[in-house]
Write a protein that binds this ligand. Structure first.
Ligand code: NDP
Length: 447
C-alpha cells in the first residue's frame, strides 16, 4: 500500500504544471493536479494564445490598406469585433479541451477547485484532502492593479478578451509587454490609444534602439504616449466616461482603462508560508536551481517564482522537475539566452544581452546593425523601417545579443536563437549563405 495518494501533486494546470504532470506520469509516477479556473493557464486561456490571435486579426487592417498597392480592391472591408472575439474564444475552448485530453491520456487525475496545503504532504482541494510525496506549485501570476482611488474601474488582461464592444478611446497604464501589444491591437482596430507610463522607459530590459524604433512607428500610426505620469484617481462621470487625474494635476478622459503594470506571483493563500516555504519581495517563491523550495519535497516553477515570466521558461522548468524527480537523469533548466518577443505592430524579438548590458559586462563590444525597409513596405509605400542589431564579444567573437524589430521578427528570431544558443561566432553566421529576397537575410549580411 503506497504511503501517499499520489507520488506527485501539481497545484495549477497552466503551462508549467501541465508539462510537469504529464512528463512525471510518463515516467510512471501517480500524478494529481488541481486547477481552480480553467485548464491551460494564463497563456492558453487569457494570455499568449488569444492575444496572438487578436494581433493576427488586427493586422489585417494594415494589410487591407497595403493590398491596394498590390492591385487589390478592398474598399468595402468592414470589421466586426464580435466575430473576431468569438472565434478567438472558441479556439481557446478547443485548446482547453486538448489540454484536458492530454491530462486524461496520461492518467493525471484532475481536481477542479482551489488547492491549499495543510501540511507538507497534504493538499486540500475545496475541503477534500489528498496526500502526495512530492508537490509542485505552478500557480502562475495575476495582473497587478493600479493603486489609486477608482482603480476598480480599470480592467486587466483577464477581462480584455471578453469586451462586448470596442471602445472609441482606451488608456493603457504601463509600458511593458501587455501595454504595447494591446496598444497595437486596439490601434489597428481603430480605437484611439494612449499609453500612460509611470517612468520614461518603455519595455525596460529591451535594447533601447529597437524600443525607440517601436515608439517612433507606434507614434506615426497614431498611438499617443504619456510618460512620468503616475495616477492620482479614476472617476466615472454620469455619461459613463472615465476621467483619469494624474499626480501632476493633468487629466484625461477615456472610455476604457486597461491596467498592464505587471503581474504578481500567485503565491498567497496556498498555505505554504506556514510550512516554511520562503517568498521574495513581490511574493515570488524562492527556489534553488533545481526549482526546490525551502521545504525539500515542495517545488515551484514558472511565474510564481518571479524570475522570467515566460511560458516556455515555465514549461522547461516543469519538464526539468518531472525528469529530475521521476526520470532517469536530472537536469537543470538554463535561464541564459532566453529569447523573447513583444507582439506589437511591428513586433520586437530579442535574445541575449542588449548593447548597453554587453558594454557593462564585456567593456568593448562590436555592434552590427541593419536599418532597412521590408520589400512589402517599400511597395506599399509604408514608411516603416526594420532594425536588426547584433552585439558581438570581440574576444570570443560570439554573438552575445540579437535585437530585431520588423515584420515577423519573432519568427526570424527563433531560428537565430538556435545559432546563438549554440554559441556561434559572428564569422560563422557570416559564412551562412543568404536566402534572397528575405528580411532575415540581413542577419547574414551585416558587415
Ligand atoms: P511588464 O513587466 O512587461 O511591464 C510593466 C510596466 O508597468 C512597466 O512599464 C512598469 O514601469 C510599469 N509598472 C510597474 N509597476 C507599476 C506600478 N506600481 N504603477 C505603475 N506602473 C507600473 O508587465 P506586463 O503587465 O506588460 O506583463 C507582465 C509579464 O507578462 C511580463 O513581464 C512578461 O514577462 C509577461 N508577458 C509576456 C508576453 C510575451 O512574451 N510576448 C506578453 C505579455 C506578458 P517601469 O518600467 O517604470 O517599472
Amino acid at each position: 500500500m503506497p504511503k501517499f495518494d499520489f507520488d506527485f501533486f501539481v497545484i495549477g494546470a497552466g503551462s508549467g504544471g501541465v508539462r510537469a504532470s504529464r512528463i512525471a506520469a510518463g515516467h510512471g509516477a501517480r500524478v494529481g493536479i488541481a486547477e481552480e479556473f480553467r485548464v491551460g493557464g494564463t497563456c492558453v486561456i487569457r494570455g499568449c494564445v488569444p492575444k496572438k490571435l487578436l494581433v493576427i486579426g488586427a493586422h489585417f487592417a494594415e494589410d487591407m490598406i497595403d493590398a491596394k498597392r498590390f492591385g487589390w480592391t478592398a474598399d468595402n472591408a468592414s470589421f466586426d469585433w464580435g466575430v473576431l472575439r468569438d472565434h478567438v474564444l472558441t479556439e481557446v475552448d478547443r485548446l482547453e479541451a486538448a489540454y484536458r485530453t492530454t491530462l486524461t491520456n496520461h492518467r493525471v487525475v484532475l481536481h477542479e477547485g482551489r488547492a491549499v496545503m495543510a501540511d507538507r504532504h497534504t493538499i486540500e482541494i475545496d475541503g477534500k484532502a489528498v496526500t502526495a510525496d512530492k508537490v509542485l506549485i505552478a500557480t502562475g501570476s495575476a495582473p497587478q492593479m493600479i493603486n489609486c482611488p477608482g482603480a476598480e474601474l480599470a480592467i486587466t488582461s483577464n477581462e480584455v478578451f471578453h469586451l462586448n464592444r470596442l471602445p472609441k478611446r482606451i488608456v493603457i497604464a504601463g509600458g511593458g509587454y501587455i501595454a504595447n501589444e494591446f496598444a497595437g491591437i486596439f490601434n489597428e482596430l481603430g480605437v484611439k490609444v494612449t499609453i500612460v507610463n509611470r517612468s520614461d522607459k518603455l519595455l525596460r530590459g529591451y535594447d533601447r534602439s529597437v524600443v525607440d524604433r517601436l515608439e517612433h512607428i507606434s507614434t506615426a500610426k497614431g498611438i499617443t504616449f504619456r510618460y512620468n505620469a503616475p495616477f492620482e484617481s479614476v472617476k466615472r462621470s454620469q455619461d459613463g466616461e472615465l476621467r483619469i487625474t494624474f499626480q501632476n494635476g493633468d487629466a484625461l478622459e477615456t472610455d476604457l482603462l486597461l491596467a498592464a503594470i505587471g503581474r504578481l506571483p500567485a503565491s498567497s493563500e496556498l498555505g505554504i508560508e506556514a510550512l516554511g516555504v520562503k517568498t521574495k519581495e513581490r511574493g515570488g517563491i524562492r527556489v534553488d536551481k533545481n526549482n526546490q523550495t525551502a521545504i525539500d519535497n515542495i517545488y515551484a516553477v514558472g511565474d510564481v517564482t518571479d524570475r522570467i515570466q515566460l511560458t516556455p521558461v515555465a514549461i522547461r522548468e516543469g519538464h526539468a522537475v518531472a525528469d529530475s524527480l521521476f526520470g532517469k537523469e536530472a537536469w537543470v533548466p538554463n535561464h541564459d539566452m532566453v529569447a523573447s518577443a513583444v507582439f506589437s505592430h511591428p513586433p520586437i524579438a530579442s535574445i541575449g544581452m542588449t548593447e548597453s548590458q554587453a558594454r557593462i559586462a564585456l567593456g568593448d563590444v562590436e555592434v552590427y546593425t541593419s536599418d532597412f525597409r521590408a520589400m512589402k513596405n517599400v511597395m506599399a509605400d509604408r514608411n516603416e523601417r526594420s532594425l536588426y542589431k547584433l552585439v558581438v564579444d570581440p574576444v570570443s567573437r560570439k554573438v552575445v545579443g540579437a535585437h530585431l524589430i520588423g515584420p515577423d521578427a519573432p519568427e526570424i528570431m527563433q531560428g537565430l536563437a538556435i545559432a546563438l544558443t549554440a554559441g556561434l561566432t559572428k564569422e560563422q553566421i557570416d559564412r551562412t549563405v543568404a536566402i534572397h529576397p528575405t528580411m532575415a537575410e540581413e542577419l547574414v549580411l551585416m558587415r
